[in-house]
Design a binder for this molecule. Sequence first.
Ligand code: ATP
Ligand code: MG
Length: 229
Amino acid sequence: DLVVGAGAIRFEHLNFAYKPEQPVLRDLDLDIPAGSFVGIAGHTGSGKSTLLALLLRFYPPQQGRILIDGQPLDQLPDETFHEALGLVPQEPYLIAGSVRDNIRMGRAIPDAQVEAAARAARAHDFLSALPQGYDSRLGDGGLAVSTGQKQLIALARALAGNPRILLLDEATANIDSATEAQVGEALRALRGRVTVIAIAHRLSTIREADQIVVLNHGRLSERGTHEAL
Ligand code: ATP
Ligand code: MG
């Protein structure tokens, strides 16, 4: 059976449009070594979230292909695929339940692993400081948390599944700079173990990325490190 190994990703001549007359991704080529951290920047509407949507198999590309460890993405069995990928969506949501429920999301994950994921997401400090810590109620009728905190919880949720590949679509809402720094730090600490693709609306989140690519109307217009760009 096909398995996901180290988590190398390759986009080959990728072309995609939601409507034939409006190409969104144009002849995109990108090589992401296993365990590396790639930041994606670009104006609103440039195709950043769409790129992640294709990697998540929400839509098939019209041309080109995506390879995971050299294997066509569309040939990976669903279970293999779902175990390998973790997603932090652009608009993270909470369910009505405890902090633990929100990280676990119905999966059989022991408390220790829930907390380890929260630590890796740099969410442990604020979660353990809540009135009932990890038992605090969130979501409908629960404690109000900021968008940045929701994003940290969503990151903990994604990491709790031990993904080989982590996709993060940074929230567009204003996020305080401390939380933003925590996200950047969490992503940097995953280097070498998890392949990270992070869409950033603020360059500080991806300052430490191995490679930053800039999408411009669906094309890769620039690439390099934070210093080089
Ligand atoms: P942002 O920074 O605002 O999140 P983005 O770079 O993530 O923008 P996308 O969401 O990938 O941009 O959108 C790229 C283009 O595709 C835009 O023109 C958008 O209007 C269009 N688009 C996105 N999703 C859909 C969809 N489900 N159906 C049709 N068009 C879409
Ligand atoms: Mg987007």
